[in-house]
Design a protein around this ligand. Structure first.
Ligand code: LLP
Length: 433
């Protein structure tokens, strides 16, 4: 960011920048995108997504590893295909996500790891039939079910137990998972006995150990602590005669949602150092499950101001996007930077202090509260940054609102990767008996 420019610029860790006083995503003007595709519109940079994936493969180059992108962060087929073509595997949590991987990039099925505390028979069967890499098993009952389904299908199931290391990682309580009081994983102290029991089944192959301590974790030391416990368990398991070939470190590396200096390459290097420190001499094939870090900052939500209104002392900017389109502020009080698409005249004046809200009938339908913004008026476009992860994938049709369209920018070319939903789409499953 040039110091001479007094107008706010998005930090360099995002693919969004002003050119000719108009915000662009790489080479594509957001004004033009809104005119062509309407709003609200999710906009992603293909280049940034590929770049973020490469940061992981580079930082972990010294270890045999597979980056299994966490599909839940953004499960759009075109984005899965882009990552699959880069060589990524995938971390899935449902039979639906398995189908997405199959459709987006079939060769990647053999690089799929299947996580989740409540896998159902049809999902296990589909994953066994697809010969995925690894089931991350989260309970003794699930292990029994996996053995039974493997026998029924005549397929051996490779599994890892997802252990709960009882490590605390500072993040929002809804997305912290690594403590004994959380529903996730199996108490690390009970794992050894369960591996011993599993060894008795010829339908189960104890191939790995996995761990995931939470999401949006900025301080990397809990990763080292969790992996150190996992490495100790793997050493015990080897002594017990199990051929542990995979160690799955989960996802969770956080990003900066604000305007601090943020160097993604340096962050991934710090993360790799923490993982390597925890694993020390352990040389099993490393699986990583990053989601947010790869897609969050590559994407943003473009929305148009409908009205600006005053209620008492408060100003409200009402946009055509709402909590159904991006629920993170409502659900986690998450912060997303908001930029006007037309660059304000220099020097930028933060003239407004406003709540930026959507049209949904809930007071929780907000994107920002008491936010200082350059003056905006009805018809103006604004951009909600860092919405590439857990944005589109957490949308709903609440208030019978069609989901946004999505475009993927490749250089200056914009590819529509999801058309806007129609009323017909929304009403199609309903019956009037
Ligand atoms: N692996 C497992 C087993 C997970 O449960 C998750 C995320 C990931 C990997 C990917 O974590 P990431 O690298 O994206 O942090 N909706 C919330 C985040 C929920 C995360 C759930 N699990 C949000 O908008 O912040």
């Amino acid at each position: 960011m040039s110091r001479k420019s007094a107008s706010p610029q998005p930090p360099a860790s995002r693919p969004f920048a002003y050119r000719n006083r108009t915000l662009h995503c790489d080479g594509a003007s957001l004004t033009a995108l809104a005119a062509e595709h309407g709003t609200p519109l999710y906009v992603y940079s293909a280049q940034q997504i590929a770049h973020r994936y490469q940061l992981f493969t580079e930082a972990f180059a010294k270890r045999p590893h597979t980056v299994c992108y966490a599909v839940k962060a953004n499960s759009s087929l075109a984005i899965l295909r882009l990552l699959g073509q880069q060589g990524a595997g995938f971390d899935i949590v449902s039979g639906g996500e398995l189908e997405r991987v199959r459709k987006a990039h079939k060769p990647a099925l053999k690089k799929v790891v299947f996580s989740g505390v409540g896998k159902q028979i049809w999902e296990i069967d589909a994953a066994l039939a697809a010969d995925i890499l690894l089931f991350n098993v989260e309970s003794p009952a699930e292990l029994d079910l996996l053995a039974a389904r493997a026998q029924a299908l005549g397929k051996r199931a490779r599994f890892a137990l997802r252990v709960n290391p009882d490590v605390f990682a500072e993040t929002h309580p809804y997305i912290s998972t690594g403590l004994r009081e959380h529903k996730f994983g199996i108490d690390i102290n009970a794992a050894r006995a369960l591996y011993r029991k599993a060894a008795k089944s010829k339908w189960l192959e104890a191939a790995g150990v996995s761990v995931h301590i939470g999401s949006q974790i900025r301080n990397v030391s809990p990763f080292a602590a969790a992996l150190a416990r996992v490495a100790a368990l793997i050493a015990d398991l080897r002594r017990d005669g199990h051929d542990i070939r995979f160690v799955d470190a989960g996802g969770g590396l956080g990003i900066d949602y604000g305007t601090h200096n943020f160097d993604p390459a340096a962050e991934v290097k710090k993360y790799a150092a923490a993982i390597n420190k925890g694993l020390a001499g352990e040389s099993a094939h490393l699986i990583l499950e990053p989601g947010r870090f790869i897609v969050a900052q590559a994407g943003a939500l473009l929305t148009r101001v409908l009205f600006v209104k005053q209620n008492g002392a408060k100003t409200f900017v009402i946009t055509d996007a709402a909590m159904n389109d991006l629920i993170r502020p409502a659900l986690y009080h998450a912060h997303h930077e908001i930029l006007p698409v037309k660059q304000p005249a220099k020097p930028a004046k933060l003239e407004l202090e406003a709540d930026v809200v959507g049209p949904v009938c809930e007071s929780g339908d907000f994107f920002a509260r008491d936010r200082k913004l350059p003056a905006v008026k009805p018809g103006d476009l604004v951009l909600l940054l860092d919405a590439g992860a857990y944005g589109m994938s957490q949308t709903s049709n609440y208030n019978t609102r069609p989901r946004p369209a999505e475009v993927l920018i490749e250089g200056s070319e914009a590819k529509l990767i999801r058309r806007r939903e129609t009323m017909r789409d929304l009403l199609a499953p309903e019956l009037l008996p």
